[in-house]
Write a protein that binds this ligand. Structure first.
Ligand code: FAD
Length: 500
């Protein structure tokens, strides 16, 4: 959801007295004493409520003392300088792009200020340069919609609602990854506000160390206020969602296993395998998101999937905007994401679905609420992805350490009733633990943890490998000498927390 300046302006100056009484109230007052006054919103105002309600997962809608909604990089800079100087450096703040992280405190805070970038949400196509300049409060749907007018696109999220900023800072798996690498591999320039308030351009020729570090190491260095991404010609695809009876599971796993090992033969093809239980209809089914990143129907690469009898199919030629509307998962639920990476081994895939089915039975037996969804997704993570990253100068993920084709599991549970928090957290974490133990027992484990899908109980930055951890530590120290983004901005995966 994009909050307009007009709505924000309506809500100026609604500062409850109680907020002033706290240390974080002092921080809000410090912001309000600058030219940012009209961009600071407080509990009780419409803009505050809208901002909170636009976090994807209900369980992350923490209530900060105030929310700052800057409109420009200069305003972000003034905000950072003010918050660093105020209250002897005691101000805590959070940085929020789209707000899609599913664990509380990653892009929000209590007793502090949330810098909500949602008013900075434009996309500009630079035809001559072959790039798109995307501001950090954008959602992918808006980006694709703007670029569609020029018949170009970028390698971004597969669900239109997802935020650009966090996605690109954590890697970014896209329909185009087999052709062009991760989203982050396609960023050619970042505009960044550093802890001392300076605004710098970061690219392969200017601050090259930070340029690489921003590709995967998340919010450890500053606030990104603009991403310039390489464009991809043509935004039409053949794609959609195909559903199947659960009894076809083995056929899908065999097809998926084969697909991953043959991906380099046709890098236009992309597959997400979804095992999906909906409590409301008591339906347990298989769904494939099949996308071919050029408008050609029924390519041979999908034969192993398209020959399986389905129960519904939305496969069509459409643009990326249209297809990513379809993959939007409902907001307004409490959620957990937890993830693991495994060698492309059919037995691990089978075990993934066995565990999924068992967790459904446990949820049925233990859930207090009657509205919940349990997804287990299998996604290719082949060596080809990394080859493209390396060709484009490399990133922080450290995947070049691995020679095998991998696949990734995302366990994604959503539920309505807060009373079920403990149950679904326990089921999701337990499922991953069991799968990891099994994969280790047959030598099919892999240590990589994808940051954008990781739960707070996981340590994705460590999984980038010791060399990359050292690199990130050194770059963070160089650009943020006093550690503002480690201590004053506690949310998200912090390099200072690695190994602790
Ligand atoms: C429905 C759904 C679909 C998804 N689909 C995909 C997918 O197809 N592929 C994929 O790879 N991932 C996907 N994800 C995961 C997604 O990439 C992460 O949730 C990602 O963090 C989203 O970015 P955001 O801006 O919304 O996150 P936020 O929660 O706003 O931010 C994430 C982290 O980045 C920091 N941050 C945010 N903006 C900035 C900034 N400008 N400067 C510095 N630090 C910043 C925040 O402080 C936070 O720690 C999906 C998630 C959901 C919920």
């Amino acid at each position: 959801m994009h909050i307009t300046t007009a709505v924000a302006a309506l809500c100026i100056g609604v500062l409850p007295k109680a907020a002033h009484a706290t240390a974080s109230g002092t921080c809000c007052s410090a912001l309000a004493a600058t030219t940012l006054k009209s961009q600071v919103v407080y509990p009780g105002s419409a803009a505050y409520k809208i901002s909170l309600g636009s976090y994807w997962a209900e369980n992350v809608q923490l209530e900060p003392t105030c929310i700052l909604q800057p409109r420009t990089a200069q305003e972000v800079s003034l905000a950072v300088s003010t918050l660093v100087a105020a209250d002897g450096g005691a101000c805590k703040f959070a940085v929020r792009g789209g707000g899609h992280t599913t664990w509380a405190g990653a892009s929000n805070i209590v007793d502090g200020v949330t810098i909500d970038l949602s008013l900075m949400n434009s996309t500009t196509y630079n035809e001559k340069a072959g790039t798109a300049s995307i501001l950090p409060g954008s959602r992918w749907g808006g980006v694709y919609e703007t670029l569609a007018k020029y018949n170009v696109t970028v390698a971004g999220g597969r669900s239109g609602v997802v935020g650009v900023a966090g996605f690109l800072l954590g890697g970014g798996n896209t329909f185009h990854t087999s052709r062009v690498g991760f989203g982050c591999d396609n960023v050619v320039n970042y505009e960044v506000v550093l802890a001392d308030g300076t605004i710098i351009e970061v690219n392969k020729d200017s601050h090259a160390d930070l340029f690489k570090a921003l590709k995967g190491a998340s919010g450890n260095f500053g606030i990104v206020t603009k991403y310039d991404m390489k464009i991809i010609e043509g935004d039409k695809l053949w794609g959609g969602i195909v559903t199947y009876d659960n009894s076809t599971t083995l056929k899908h796993l065999e097809a998926g296993h084969k697909f991953i090992n043959n991906i380099e033969k046709d890098p236009y093809a992309s597959w997400i395998g979804m095992w999906e239980y909906l409590s409301v209809t008591d339906q347990n089914m298989v769904a494939n998101a099949l996308e071919y990143t050029t408008p050609v129907a029924y390519p041979a690469a999908f034969d192993s999937f398209t020959t399986i009898a389905n129960t519904s199919s939305s496969m069509r030629v459409a643009n990326l905007w249209n297809l990513t509307q379809e993959l939007g998962q409902a907001s307004g639920y409490r959620d957990i994401f937890v993830t693991g990476t495994f060698v492309n081994n059919l037995d691990v895939m089978k075990r993934t679905v066995d565990i999924h089915n068992r967790m459904i039975e446990e949820a049925k037996a233990g859930a207090k609420g009657d509205d919940y969804t349990m997804f287990t997704m299998i996604q290719p993570w082949p060596k080809l992805f990394t080859d493209h990253s390396v060709e484009r100068g490399g990133n922080m993920l450290g995947l070049d350490r691995f020679d095998e084709n991998l696949f990734q599991v995302l366990i994604d549970y959503s539920w309505k009733d807060e009373a079920d928090d403990a149950l679904f957290n326990q089921l999701a974490n337990g499922a991953l633990e069991e799968l990891t133990t099994y994969s280790k027992s047959i030598g099919a484990d892999n240590e990589f943890i994808y940051l954008n899908y990781a739960n707070e109980t996981q340590d994705p930055l460590s999984s980038y490998g010791p060399e990359n951890v050292k690199y990130i530590q050194a770059v963070a120290k160089k650009y943020d000498q006093t550690g503002v983004f480690q201590t004053q901005v506690p949310g998200g995966f912090k390099i200072s927390a690695v190994g602790k």
